[in-house]
Design a protein around this ligand. Structure first.
Ligand code: HEC
Length: 156
């Protein structure tokens, strides 16, 4: 009986400690909530605001072997894509781009991404992104909307 009471006391103490360590430090990059993501989708210009995010997510499966998209995600074969919209092409620190992307000289927006994803090697000859391209225009709309929502895009 006595041992059981002591055990319970220890559990309560441990649970208390657990709660404190579970909270992420204030500075840690955070994933957006489902509500925030829905709000981002609704804020996008047509046709992106009515995009099929489930299809976009499925199509992003083609990118996942080379790219992370979560905040603070690692660079893999390709750079982390969090915050890519509004960012100058070729500007992720600690990632070694080809000359083609490093000196592309534009800021990523939906239009540039659409051309890039249709045919990367024609859009920026010399790129080292070995991805054949996504030929279907509607798939690209869905994918771009998904990337916007998941990469922390905020309307200007
Ligand atoms: C086989 C690996 C691979 C796949 C698959 C791939 N990428 Fe890439 N991606 C790369 C590499 C490598 C680079 C860097 C290109 C360079 O420097 O020439 C890159 C660069 C990019 C950039 C430019 C980022 C910047 O910081 O300027 C974007 C945007 C991008 N990829 C999006 C995608 C999307 C979306 C998909 C899926 C449809 C995809 N990529 C599929 C390897 C890949």
């Amino acid at each position: 009986m006595r041992a059981a009471t002591m055990l319970m006391g220890a559990c309560a103490l441990l649970a208390g400690c657990g709660q404190k360590t579970d909270a992420p430090p204030a500075a840690a990059p955070q994933e957006a909530t489902a509500e925030q993501k829905a709000a981002v989708l609704a804020s996008l210009p047509a046709p992106y605001n009515t995009a099929d995010l489930a299809n976009g997510k499925a199509k992003f499966g083609l990118c996942r072997s080379c790219h992370t998209i979560a905040p603070g995600g690692a660079n893999m074969t390709g750079p982390n894509l969090h915050g890519v919209f509004g960012r100058k092409a070729g500007s992720v620190e600690d990632y070694e781009y080809s000359e083609a992307v490093e000196h592309a000289g534009f800021v990523w927006d939906a239009e540039h991404l659409d051309k890039w994803l249709a045919e990367p090697r024609t859009f920026l000859p010399g790129t080292k992104m070995s991805f054949a391209g996504l030929k279907d225009a509607k798939d690209r709309v869905d994918l771009i909307a998904y990337v916007k929502v998941e990469s922390g895009y905020k309307a200007p």
